[in-house]
Design a protein. Structure first.
Lengths: 104, 548
């Protein structure tokens, strides 16, 4: 199977992710969409790494990058869920529309 | 013996980063083991010492590099276009220790030092810090009242601060995209939390934290996809490798894949422009600046902007320098939008912190003019005796950052019974109550407005000259017009403070030496940079461009 297909899949996942962040009102779902964007990037990185390696080469840059992204994503989940949970306990709602004290 | 060879790290050059990282870990341990009584002062002392030690190491690195830098600068006077910049890449090529890298490191550490002083202030809050007694307790709950009555304090703010500063230095000196991304996250994640830790107005603070987090995480994800595309184009993660790939004009499999390059460039630009709060990626800035604890806002406004511009300059000038005809028009448009939105919307604000946030947006636009101009020795755009874009931006960010820290520190001192007064109506007639504080704030505002004899004027002058040298004269004209609009709202605040009658119970509370130092140094530096900028200008002129 041609590696381009993985890139197309990654672009579709990224688009779904960014669309989800923009239209969904629940902070948790928006956050899940962001994770989807990160994973789309992982797929693209690994695919590109594979393509650059060609038939004989040995390139692992993209794969290693993907591991770093996973670690960062895990740290981001910790911070993000802490913030969303504290907001939820205060307001009894995780909707991003309800958090509207600050505006001009 | 066929084990893996140990990589050469360059511990001496990495010392500022190592000190910050090790001490941040020590601060986490202190959090776990030190008794509550001594913890706050211990953490504050550790925070200050860490920054001083890292600063000493960074200055030692600069002193070591200085002869090579000045030799290079004298060489370029006769031989334009040389690309052999002094500096070395350490940690297997992932960290660049070059002139601008060290300048940005030192700038971040100096600004960080004064930021941590304001964070450590306790006298203003009657002996407790400005951070929430218990972040996990719901606002208004019995658990929160109990924590407040017990005078609990979150000293976790100090390790978070040191980690954020570490991330900023990593971001400013990284030489490959992986380190850049990791630095971005180390810098952002602690800031998301710090934004939500205000002691008063906790709902606003939590909301600021949520907004900052969701938008920040989205921008990092976009940034990351841009990295993936650039990697796909070039097959390399190092900035130099990407530049080589652009020069050789090859994509993967030997074909031309300019689409990957352009899309990657655009997506990376989104992430970087978000961090410096450029329009149209600015919408988080006013909300987050207003909702966060004021000490943290000062830190974010000064240091995040420095780190963001350092990373942006390195990506655009080193990796994408050969593509400048593609990104310069784009950045020029963004610079105009940023200056216009920042300056015009600031006029309508009634909250001091919000107004300073829009002012920060406008300042990002002014710096972007120099980024757009890209007057660098390697492309031969710098005229003799003038600063390159990078040097001009370092100076601008110094003048802006030190003034911003001072201005937000003054905001923490203007209080009533409910804490800080940020509504502009409460600032009416402040000069009657405290002429000194009102005058100091006026000096900061005049510097932001770019009035002569302040640091802000010299900073604006240098970035505009850089943009002009780069062939963006029209952008300079627009920028000067926008400065006039911006001057209007700064002067409006001065009028409110000096020429109206006081009609509220706002008072200026005397802080401890911590905040006073930041305000005094900020004020002195603003004036000195305006009257005697020579030594600092000579210093920043040492580091005109990055290593590739």
């Amino acid at each position: 199977m041609s590696p381009e297909n993985y890139l197309i899949l990654s672009a579709i996942l990224f688009s779904i992710g960014i669309f989800g962040v923009m239209v969904r009102r629940n902070a948790l779902v928006a956050f899940m969409s962001i994770e989807l964007m990160l994973n789309a990037s992982n797929l693209a990185l690994v695919t590109f790494s594979n393509m650059h390696a060609g038939n004989s080469g040995f390139v692992l840059d993209g794969q290693i990058f993907a591991f770093f992204v996973m670690v960062v994503a895990a740290a981001e989940v910790v911070v993000g869920l802490a913030i969303i949970v504290s907001i939820f306990r205060t307001r009894r709602s995780a909707s991003v529309d309800d958090a509207s004290l600050l505006k001009f | 013996m066929n084990g893996l060879p140990a990589p050469a790290l360059g511990y001496v050059e990495l010392l500022p980063l190592i000190i910050l990282f090790a001490m941040a870990c020590v601060q986490v341990l202190v959090e776990a083991f030190a008794p509550r009584r001594v913890r706050f002062n211990l953490q504050l002392a550790l925070g200050i010492l860490t920054i001083l030690a890292a600063l000493a190491a960074a200055i030692a690195n600069l002193v070591r590099l200085a002869p090579a830098l000045s030799a290079y600068n004298q060489g370029t006077a006769t031989q334009q276009g040389s690309s052999l910049n002094p500096g070395i890449k350490v940690a297997v090529g992932s960290i660049a220790v070059d002139g601008p890298g060290l300048m940005f490191t030192i700038l971040l550490l100096v600004l960080g030092l004064f930021a941590v002083l304001v964070i450590g202030e306790r006298k203003l809050g009657n002996g407790v810090s400005a951070f929430t007694a218990q972040a996990a307790a719901t606002p208004g709950s019995p658990a929160e009242r109990e924590a407040i009555a017990a005078r609990n304090e979150h000293t976790e703010i100090f390790p978070l601060f040191t980690f954020a500063l570490l991330g900023m230095v990593v971001f400013a000196t990284s030489n490959d995209l992986l380190t850049l991304f990791v630095g971005l996250e180390i810098m952002s994640l602690p800031l998301y939390l710090m934004a939500g830790m205000a002691r008063r107005r906790r709902l606003q603070s939590q909301e600021a934290s949520l907004k900052y987090f969701l938008l920040g995480a989205m921008s990092s994800a976009i940034f990351l996809y841009g990295i993936a595309l650039l990697y796909g184009y070039s097959g390399s993660l190092t900035l130099g490798g990407i530049a080589d790939a652009i020069d050789a004009n090859h994509g993967y499999q030997g074909g031309l894949h300019d689409g990957l390059l352009l899309a990657g460039m655009g997506l990376i630009a989104v992430g970087l422009l978000f961090k410096v709060s450029a329009v149209p990626f600015h919408s988080w800035t006013p909300d987050v600046y207003q909702g966060s604890p004021t000490a943290v806002t000062g830190f974010m406004a000064a240091c995040t902007k420095v780190a963001g511009f350092a990373g942006m300059l390195r990506v655009f000038y080193v990796a994408l320098g050969a593509q400048s005809w593609n990104w310069q028009p784009l950045l020029a448009v963004i610079a105009v939008l940023t200056m216009a939105v920042g300056a015009i919307l600031a006029v309508t604000q009634t909250d001091v912190k919000r107004m300073l946030a829009y002012s920060a947006i406008a300042h990002a636009g002014f710096v972007l003019t120099a980024v757009t101009g890209a007057a660098q020795p390697e492309n031969g755009m710098v005229r003799a005796g003038q600063l390159s874009s990078v040097s001009a931006i370092v100076f601008y960010l110094l003048a802006y950052g030190i003034g911003t820290l001072g201005a937000f520190a003054v905001v923490t001192m203007v209080r009533d019974d409910n804490g800080e007064v940020t509504d502009l109506a409460g600032w009416r007639g402040l000069a009657r109550k405290s002429p000194i504080v009102a005058s100091v704030f006026a000096i900061f505002l005049l510097s932001f407005a770019g009035i002569p004899l302040t640091g802000g004027f010299i900073g604006k002058w240098s970035v505009f000259v850089a943009a002009w040298q780069g062939g963006y004269a029209w952008l300079v004209v627009v920028a000067v017009l926008m400065s006039l609009i911006a001057a209007f709202f700064y002067l409006r605040v001065i009028v409110v403070m000096f020429f109206t009658e006081p009609d509220s119970d706002t008072r200026v509370v005397m802080p401890s030496w911590l905040t006073l130092t930041t305000v005094a140094v900020g004020c002195l530096a603003t004036v000195i940079l305006g009257i005697l900028p020579g030594p600092v200008l000579n210093l920043v002129a040492l580091a005109p461009s990055f290593i590739r």
